[in-house]
Design a protein around this ligand. Structure first.
Ligand code: GDP
Length: 195
């Protein structure tokens, strides 16, 4: 799959440092520790997301090229306690600018720990998606940490919640170590990237 050929292109601290805004782009978002890096690495077969882990070294947006027209973007994990407030405000401002302005952004993969889904920030992202008609695909990560029945129950609960929003939001279970949910995720990525 094309997604496996992802390779790091650049980090951008501001929207005007992003690659040219053409083609198709999927952004990966989630609360810190939700499993965003692990999901990205599992889906791309590469240690792509390490760079985005250390605050200070961290830039706002890390771009990974799939081909001339297609990219994956690693957004900063939100709720990262060690990030100083001014940096958080800086991020929020530029992140919003990216989300609102970026034409090539076709959808967002939102990682949520299956044991703690729908945090206030997750809810905010979903409401924003609803208001802007931006598609969101939720990965309920670390599905291996729950028994099958419990994971399935959470999946159904989240499905019910998003069904009440009039938005293009979908959800699935995912586990990086078990490599669970990869095909389902690829199906969504291929559709959004028009592969
Ligand atoms: P990020 O901060 O969202 O990028 O989260 P990471 O991908 O770094 O994951 C945070 C922690 O959760 C790490 O210790 C990972 O090894 C662990 N983790 C991530 N995904 C999974 C998963 O699917 N299953 C299990 N058991 N642990 C996971």
């Amino acid at each position: 799959a094309l997604c496996q050929q992802a390779r790091f292109t650049l980090s951008a601290a501001k929207v005007n440092q992003c690659p040219e805004d053409r083609g198709w782009e999927i952004a990966f978002a989630g609360r810190s520790n939700a499993g965003k890096s692990s999901a990205l690495n599992t889906l791309t077969h590469a240690q792509l997301a390490r760079t985005s882990k250390t605050p200070g070294r961290t830039q706002l947006l890390n771009f990974f090229r799939l081909d001339d027209e297609r990219r994956l973007v690693d957004l900063p994990g939100y709720g990262y306690a060690k990030v100083p407030i001014p940096l958080k405000q800086h991020w929020q401002q530029h992140l919003e600018a990216y989300l609102v302005q970026r034409h090539s952004l076709k959808g967002i993969f939102l990682m949520m720990d299956v044991r703690h889904p729908l945090t206030p920030f997750d809810q905010m992202m979903l409401e924003w998606a609803q208001s802007t008609q931006m598609p969101i695909h939720i990965l309920l990560t670390k599905a291996d940490k729950l028994a099958f029945g419990a994971a399935k129950t959470t999946l159904l609960k989240v499905q019910q919640q998003i069904a009440s929003l009039e938005a293009d939001i979908s959800v699935q279970l995912f586990s990086a170590p078990k490599r669970q949910g990869i095909e389902e995720a690829y199906e969504v990525m291929s559709r959004w990237l028009e592969l």
